[in-house]
Each structure stands twice: as C-alpha cells, then as structure tokens.
Write a protein that binds this ligand. Sequence first.
Ligand code: PRX
Length: 635
Amino acid sequence: MSNYHIKHLEEYYQVYRKSVREPESFWEEIAEEHFLWRKKWDAVLDWDFSKPEISWFKGAKLNITENCIDRHLTTRGNKTAILFEPNHPDEVAEHISYNELYKRVNKFANVLKEQGIKKGDRVCIYVPMIPELAISVLACARIGAIHSVVFAGFSAAALATRINDSDCKMVITSDGSYRGSKTIDLKGIVDEALESCSCVETVLVAKRIKTEIYMKAGRDQWLAPLLAKASDVCAPEIMDAEDPLFILYTSGSTGMPKGMVHTTAGYMVYTAYTFKNAFQYKENDVYWCTADIGWITGHSYIVYGPLANGATTVMFEGVPSYPDYGRFWDIVQKHKVNQFYTAPTAIRALAKQGTDVIDHYDLSSLKVLGSVGEPINEEAWHWYNENIGKKKSPIIDSWWQTETGGIMISPIPYVTPTKPTYATLPFIGIQPALMDENGNELKGNQVEGRLCIKFPWPSIARTIWGNHQRYKETYFSAFDNKYFTGDGALRDEVGYYRITGRVDDVIIVSGHNLGTAPIEDAINEHPAVAESAIVGFPHDIKGSALYGYITLKDTGETRNHDNLRTEINQLITDRIGPIAKLDKMQFTHGLPKTRSGKIMRRILRKIACNETDSLGDTSTLLNQEVVQDIIDNVL
Ligand code: PRX
C-alpha cells in the first residue's frame, strides 16, 4: 500500500502509528517511491538533539528543481504550473506551463552563473509577488545557490541586516512593486540598504512598474536583456541531501533575526508529502495560497510543495481589499480555485465587510479551506466555514513554523473531523509532547503545557546561519532532548491539539512574528526616549496589536505627544518596516521593574489587555508606585 496519500481516518491512524514506530522505513518508502534521486542515501536518519545534529537521507544526491519541474515535463508539460494573478484585475493573468517554467528557470539559472554565482553562494531575493520571485528562487536551487528571500515589505535597514548576516553576493529585486492602489519604490530601498552592505557585487533588476530608477554602473543590471540572451538549458547542480537549500529569517524574542537554514532532501520530501495530504490535492485542481513567498508559507506551499506534486499554484500580487473587498472571491471564481489557504487576519478583515460582497461570486469550486499563521478565533472560524466554505469545505487549521519547514499539526480534509479553533491531530511522522514548567512531559489527554516535538521530522531547520549555538539554545535547551516550539498548547479529551499562543516575547501581528526587543531598540533610538516596553493586546483584525509603554527622558522640556508618536512609528518603519508600528503608545513616568531591574512585561501585558483584576502581587517590585499611574492612564 502506498502511504503517500491518506484518504480516511482509519488509514491516518494506521499510517501515523507506522510513521512513529518505524520512522526510517516509513520515510524511506515515501522518498523512494515519489521522488527523483541521482543517488540513493546511505542512511535515512542520523540525529542527536543534544548537539543538535540532524540529517535525513544522508549521502543522497538530487536537485529539487528536477523534482519540481523536469520530471513533470513528459506528463504535464502543458499544464499550468504557476498561475500569476496581477495586482489589478484588468491586467491579464499569466499561465506559466511546466514547459515554460522549465525554460524560464533555466534561463535565469544561466544568468546567475554568468554573473559569477556558484553553488553555496548566498543570493538575496527582494522581489514582490511577480513570477520572477518564484523563478529566481527555483533558479538559485537549480545551480545550488542558497536563496535568502526577504519579504518586500521590510525596510532598508532590515534588508541590510539580513543581507550582511548571510553575506549575500547578489540581490535580485524589481524597479518597484504594486500594492493595491500604491506603488512602492523597491529599488530605492535596495539602494539605501546597499550603502551598508559591502558583500553585494551585483543587483539584478526585474521591470514591473516601469518607472525611471537609478542604476549604479558596474553593479546594477536589468534582468530582461540578460534573460533574452541566456540559454534555456541549464544542467541542474547535483546537490547533497543535506546541502542548504535556503535561508529564511524569522524574528526571535531577542536580538538579530534568525537565519533559519533548510536543507534539500528532507525539506523536499516533507513539504511535498504534507502538501498532497493537507490539501488533498488532485491532478487537475487549482490551488491558491494567499501568502507572500517572502514567508515560509510561500516557500513551502506556493513554490516547493505544490510544484513537487505537479500542481497548479496561484500567485497573487495584490491585496484582499483592492480594487474592493471582493478581490479574493473574484479570483476564486475566475480561476475556479479548489484549495484556498489564507491567514486568520485576512479572514477577520474580510468578515468585517459583511456577506453582500461574497454573494456576487460563485465559490462552488472550493473544496478545502486552510488557515495558518496564528490561532484562528471561534468567530472567524465559523464565518469562514459558513460563508466561504458553505459548510461543505473542511477548514484545515494548520499549525507550523518557519523552523519546522512544513505543516506539523493539522486536520487532513475529508479525513479528520474538524473542531473550531483546534489544529487537531499531529501530521504523519510528528510526535508532539506537552511539557510542564518543571520539564516533565504531561501524559494523557486534557492537559495543557509547552509544545515540544520529541522526534525529528524531515524538514526541521538544521541550524541558524552562522550561529549554531543560538540554534541549540533557542530550540533544544529548554527541555531535554526535545525541540521546543515557543508555543503553548492543550490536548483535549480525544487527543486534539489547540495552540494557545506564544509563551515567549514574540507577538504575532496579522500573522507576522515580531520580536519585542528589536522594536524596543528602534524606539529607544529616539533622542527623547529613556526606555520602552512592548506588549501585545487583542485586536479585532490583526489578532494582536502592539502596545508600547514609553518613558521619556527628563529634560525639563514639554513634548508634543502626537508628534512623538508619529516620529516613533516612523523610526520603527525605518528600522523594521510598517508591520511593526505600534497601535497604542502610552507615555509613562517609569516601567515596573523587579529588584534586579528586569521590566515586568507580565504586568504591562495585563494592563494593556484590561485585566488589571488579576495583576497578582506587585509588592516585590522595585517601583510599585508606577503601576497605579500606568493603570490610571491606560489607553
Ligand atoms: O505561534 C505559532 C503561530 O505562528 C508561529 C510561527 O510563525 P512563523 O514562523 O512566521 O510561521 C507562520 C506560518 C507557518 C507559531 O509558533 N502559528 C502558526 N500557525 C498557527 C499558529 N498558531 C496557532 N494556530 C496556527 N494554525
């Protein structure tokens, strides 16, 4: 029996048990039967969480683009691989077949080579959601260059930090981008970032908005003429199973963003396997994930997972609100989308518009609805189920992370009975554990604790670029011999998991992970600011929003608080990007601190969430008096 495609619940339990009892033979069979290898592995799995070192399919040789493109050409050459839907509905959608994708990726790969990019070099991709984004990702993989995609909404400073951290030799970008009714000067942002990046030798520029831009002689080159003269055949670089495929940065609770490193074979096998099952993808389906390829969801479930299955994957350039709030449903109708994967923040924003706008569209093609990025609240779940799924399309509330590479806990549609707000059951091969504060595993059902994973799965990130020690400390030190996710979860009476949220200082705003420390650092750069603390508070649409407590320097001057708020949010936009702006800023006379001087964020969080009844004992604070003052002036 092939275990590649799970079709009913009994089969799920049976295959799950096998994947836990005999993980090596289980994954070996999946790998052997469903992928193209240039050489088979010497060992399926080697692991030691104490170091931590994990390798899957060691010694195997392959190229992921042969699996995502070449092997489909004989059977699916004319099938649409990427269906590009532009920002504005009047612009015609582009259907890129597997044959065409093959040519375009090869041409791009040859351009990279001509520009001196070799296996192992890092290439930063700062491109909006246009076909060149997916194609440049695949072109890097074709020649073994390590791509580092930076979401094209990050600021110049955030881009520079990421370019320098992984020493990128090249940046790929575009003249600009469309976002609803706005255009963004992406190349200008790159130019600014590169003032502080000496490692970058070449910038390749795709044309999208066709504005006049500055091109630095000897560094910047237009992509189109280079592609025009490049050959459309490029032999794939034969990669080792554990060669890095990409770096993707994610915010930590402190310090620099972490460059999570994903390697080739395990990532491919797991993203392909989870894509097939989590979306129950069938040969002629049209699948659409609304994420940006700048995030892990886009890497795994717009590019690699779908293409490894020979799927048709939609790439949408725009936003849900442009030209109006019917845009998503317009795309579903137009392309007869079968699987639709989005984030709770988008669902809440759309729900707020009412149902009139939906009634204009035929959504009958939909078979599976997905949610990812943050806990989906009960109200949003029901709205999605009733109005979009018409109660016939199961919602897969899929829990996973940049670090996990693929979906970890999720219903399998038409297999796992769903339950609102529950991510339900572990995916095949995933062994979750809930831990108490003393490091003991909570056995049985109806327990709540910190969510860990106790056995490796093929697509776990292998390290943090340039900082293996930090990888070890962040993920493998809190609990012995387990990967710690940073999330809390509960397991109900039937063994279903519900993710309760982050247990560290990461706040998820509109599905984006934001560490509090880098935002506080940005605020503290303002000359008037003495210190600051950021916490999350519930927000109707964003899930959580940011509340900043800011103490100003005592200079004797009076400052206009509205101006300060604008200046501080501008600083945050410059240092990180507009996604990290604060919704509320309260100017305080001080911040509550422990006797050792640590800011008591727990108290500040409760105040911001209007939970002052349960503040607990504040008498041990160094400066108890500031608490009442903060409560009295809460926004
Ligand atoms: O807190 C969890 C939340 O998002 C975090 C991972 O964020 P990121 O690395 O950006 O990846 C997001 C897309 C995979 C997790 O630690 N999260 C993600 N999915 C869910 C979720 N929280 C609850 N339910 C989910 N379905």
